[in-house]
Design a protein around this ligand. Structure first.
Ligand code: NAP
Ligand code: GLV
Length: 309
């Protein structure tokens, strides 16, 4: 029995160690090194080579090593009967909430200005907004969005969430569906994108969306680069409607050397580090699903191929 890791351009050693440590005797392969093709049943994947899963006729489960599964579902040659699972993990959830909170507070308290001022030995106080005067809109009220919204609410921000179905959570305003999107956007001084990337959510951070935000709004994208129309963001920043953006994810990663985001004074770039799966913490759910697959039991955290998340 074995688990095979499919991951292009990433160091897989932490996953290999975690799997072997938690299940001594388990055979762990890293593609292109595999067991005989007909014995490969369980794949652990991040950015696999497209079409590769067609080589394994008995594959039953493809487990994403992250929360998102867009990197798997975009493969046009995905075998039909295979189940796709994703990571739902306390560390991943907590890390996202702390990263987004840091970006929000950095913006609201204008901390970056003091870094620049310090370089010039400039002592100058700026006014700031109190958390209770700021409305935050969270797009995507799933595992990560809900916890992030709750943490921000605890700090005193007014928080609204937008999802497909309304989420009734104490202290958080609930908006749902295309019909309530404008009402949600019109209130958001800070817009956070935590949506999965699907055909319905691609390019959702565009000029039309931004123009519905109050003037001076700030945008945080920690979901996927394909949610954002890059040129629309630059136009809305340069035109003064938006006050800035914090971007952790990009259409092409690493962000190409010549991309205008690098040099834009109102854009804060981070290299897809908002929340990185900790194999030591997430390995138990991978092994639990591996056992469930072997015993023909229902898997945990299965995604809907129809919904795309
Ligand atoms: P999740 O639990 O599946 O939640 C997805 C949320 O989005 C749900 O609330 C869902 O609404 C909502 N949604 C989906 N399609 C929608 C639509 N068309 N209109 C309105 N709402 C829609 O996902 P998650 O675990 O929170 O993760 C979210 C994403 O974060 C991942 O897919 C990944 O891309 C990204 N991520 C980024 C990093 C990073 O380091 N930057 C790390 C981890 C994850 P319903 O609840 O009504 O279904
Ligand atoms: C990271 O981007 C993830 O989807 O977990």
């Amino acid at each position: 029995m074995s688990i095979t890791i499919f991951s292009q351009g990433r160091n897989t050693s932490r996953w290999e160690s975690a799997l072997k440590e938690h299940r001594p005797g388990l055979e762990v392969y890293v593609y292109p090194n595999t067991a005989p093709a007909e014995q490969v049943e369980f794949a652990l994947a991040w950015n696999h080579p497209p079409g590769v899963f067609t080589e394994f006729p008995n594959l039953k489960c493809i487990a994403s090593t992250g929360a998102g599964v867009d990197h798997i579902l975009r493969d046009p040659e995905l075998p039909v009967g295979v189940q796709i699972t994703r990571i739902v993990d306390e560390d991943l959830t907590q890390d996202m909430a702390t990263f987004v909170t840091a970006q929000v507070l950095n913006h609201v308290r204008g901390l970056h200005r003091y870094k620049d001022a310090q370089r010039g030995h400039t002592w100058k106080q700026h006014s700031y907004r109190r958390t209770s005067d700021v409305v935050i809109g969270v797009m995507g009220m799933g595992v990560l969005g809900t916890h992030t919204a709750q943490q921000l609410s605890k700090l005193g921000f007014k928080v609204n969430g937008w999802s497909r179905s309304p989420k009734l959570i104490e202290g958080i305003g609930a908006y749902a569906g295309a019909e309530e999107l404008t009402a949600f956007l019109e209130k958001a001084n800070i817009l956070i994108c935590l949506l999965p990337l699907t055909k319905d959510t691609a390019n959702i951070l565009n000029k039309d969306t931004f123009s519905r935000l109050p003037k001076g709004a700030y945008v945080i994208n920690v979901a996927r680069g394909e949610h954002l129309v890059d040129d629309d963001l630059i136009e809305m920043l340069d035109g003064g409607h938006l006050s800035g953006a914090s971007l952790d994810v990009f259409r092409e990663e690493p962000l190409p050397e010549e991309h205008p985001f690098w040099e834009h004074p109102l854009i804060h770039v981070t290299p897809h580090i908002a929340s990185i799966t900790n194999p030591a913490s997430a390995v138990s759910q991978i092994l639990e699903n591996y056992d469930r697959m072997r015993h023909g039991e229902p898997l945990l955290h299965v995604v809907s191929k129809t919904k795309g998340y």
